[in-house]
Design a protein. Structure first.
Length: 539
């Protein structure tokens, strides 16, 4: 227990240090985490920290998939279901068959079932890697949604093929009809079950009326969605994703404001910690994975991995370019042809195929032996190639994404879209305030609120409206921008002064800690709103 605690604390300390370095030098956190783990794995005397596949598949995977699902823009996800489906299902099948063919051809004696296992392991780009790498890059929202959506969908395809491949290797037989029925049942059953879990979770929260209990239900939801299909031999990833999307869509009118304020920071913290730990552990596995390859076979394994890495990039480019310009794929729901995708967008989607630690965890979960006691065919090679492909895609593709985005001119598109979104946000906030003013006037006319209350609340709303107007004007006028910045500065100073007075009152013994916490919470909410306004103004 002490060793486990020591390892966890060491990983968290490394995570904090690497994150600070990444932010200080504007580096990508996932890439730096992996490189940190790689460097530490060669430190003499450092005890080995192994990646437990059961821990990753049963705990990390459900939590991370759910965290991505509840934050992906639902309307944009639904509007891009066709390209997401072509990438998350079609591309996985295409890549699996392609990699299986390449591996069968270049690895002497590798049977087809084992080759399909390798194809399934490395065919799905990882939603964890995609979300982490793309998080702070200036690209249009649609591209982010498509790539994140692909990661949510492709795991069920890849993990189903992986299990069928392992089963075929163990049993020595394969049935296409059985595999098709299993895949269809996993897809339909996972979707229906995930929808039911998400709906029940939302309904249950409405009866709890306690943010602590609602956060607990939120943390339980991905495990309830994941473990039941897994218990029956299916894959629970799709159910987790669907449950998260259901909660995402309906939470605005089925979840209290206080619950949302509690839940989202919790999931943001979970996502950051688990992502960071996964990438650190991935880098730390290099010595373990390399040492598992029999002596004298490392050179041939590296050569095989290089061919597979090249093939996986080429297959993604081939599939994207063959399907992306399909008229059916880009046809709108009303049947009219949609605007053809831009060439730079197509290239970026083709290039952004990072694999992650989920693939390695699945590879480590391959059985050691067959029922007759013989070793699982080429198990060490499959794990080594999977690990090598993950590192190659993360370092080469993930590391070069900022350069590729700038070279393709996508950075300018992202900045322009950001400006448009900021203006729309201001307009939306103004319309929301106008709705409040209109409702206040209705209540005053009906005599349902006293005039004093109506005037006071009206002044507050009008003040907020004037503030937003000044901030909106500051987006295009430097003088107005300076006024808006000084206003935010003044508001921040007022909050600081109130906080200092609050602490003084506590020190003087005039108020107790319970009162301090309640007043402090109000000041925290004001400060958070000011920080949000500052982010909008900064653009």
């Amino acid at each position: 227990m002490i060793n486990l605690l020591d390892a966890a604390l060491a990983l968290l300390a490394l995570l904090i240090a690497a994150s600070l370095v990444a932010r200080r030098f504007s580096l990508q956190e996932p890439l730096l985490f992996v490189l940190t783990g790689l460097a530490l794995s060669f430190v003499p005397g450092l005890p080995a920290i192994h990646l437990d596949p059961q821990l990753v598949m049963d705990i990390f995977l459900p939590l991370l998939v759910y965290a991505t699902a509840i934050e992906v823009p639902w309307r944009a996800f639904r509007a891009n279901l066709r390209p997401i489906g072509f990438l998350g299902i079609g591309l996985v099948l295409f890549t699996t068959f392609g990699i299986a063919a390449v591996a069968h051809a270049i690895v002497p004696g590798l049977e087809w079932p084992a080759a399909f296992v390798l194809g399934a392991l490395i065919s799905p780009p990882d939603e964890v890697a995609a979300a982490s790498v793309l998080q702070h890059l200036p690209i249009p929202q649609r591209l982010v949604v498509i790539l994140k959506g692909e990661g949510l969908v492709n795991d069920v395809t890849a993990l189903t093929i992986f299990r069928l491949g392992v089963a075929a290797t163990v049993s020595g037989s394969f049935s296409l009809s059985h595999a098709s029925i299993f895949f269809l049942a996993a897809s339909v059953g996972g979707t229906l079950y995930g929808f039911a879990v998400g709906w029940v979770a939302l309904r249950l929260r409405r009866f709890l009326d306690d943010p602590r209990l609602e956060v607990t239900v939120s943390l339980m939801t991905p495990f309830v969605a994941y473990l039941v299909p897994e218990h029956f031999g299916s894959t629970g990833v799709l159910a987790v994703a669907v449950a998260g999307l259901v909660v995402n869509e309906h939470s605005p009118h089925m979840m209290s404001a206080e619950t949302r304020l509690h839940v989202m920071p919790v999931w943001s913290m979970i996502e950051f910690l688990l992502n960071g730990v996964l990438f650190l552990l991935l880098g730390l596995q290099v010595k373990t994975v390399v040492s598992s390859v029999p002596q004298g076979s490392v050179e041939s394994a590296v050569l095989v991995a290089a061919w597979i890495a090249v093939a996986i990039v080429a297959l993604r480019f081939a599939w994207v370019y063959l399907t992306i310009y399909s008229q059916w794929l880009w046809r709108r729901r009303d049947g009219a042809p949609a605007e053809a995708p831009r060439r730079n967008h197509v290239f970026l989607i083709s290039w952004a195929g990072m694999r992650g630690a989920i693939s390695l965890a699945a590879a480590l979960a391959i059985p050691l032996t067959l029922p007759d006691g013989s070793p699982f065919p080429a198990r060490e090679l499959l794990i080594f190639v999977t690990f090598a492909v993950i590192l190659t895609t993360l370092i080469v593709q993930g590391g070069s994404l900022p350069l590729v985005i700038r070279a393709l001119g996508i950075e300018r598109e992202g900045a322009k879209e950001r400006e448009t979104q900021v203006a729309r946000e201001f307009e939306g906030r103004l319309e929301v305030i106008d709705a409040g003013i209109a409702r206040l006037e209705e209540l005053a006319k009906a005599g349902e609120v006293p005039e004093e209350v109506s005037v006071r609340r009206g002044h507050l709303l009008q003040h907020a409206r004037r503030t937003l107007k000044r901030q909106l004007a500051g987006q295009v006028d430097s003088a107005s921008e300076e006024i808006a910045r000084r206003e935010l500065f003044a508001a921040s100073e007022l909050v600081d002064a109130q906080r200092a007075k609050l602490l003084q009152l506590r020190s003087d013994g005039k108020i107790d800690d319970d009162i301090v916490h309640r007043i402090e919470r109000d000041l925290d909410e004001q400060e958070r709103r000011l920080q949000g306004q500052e982010e909008i103004l900064r653009g």
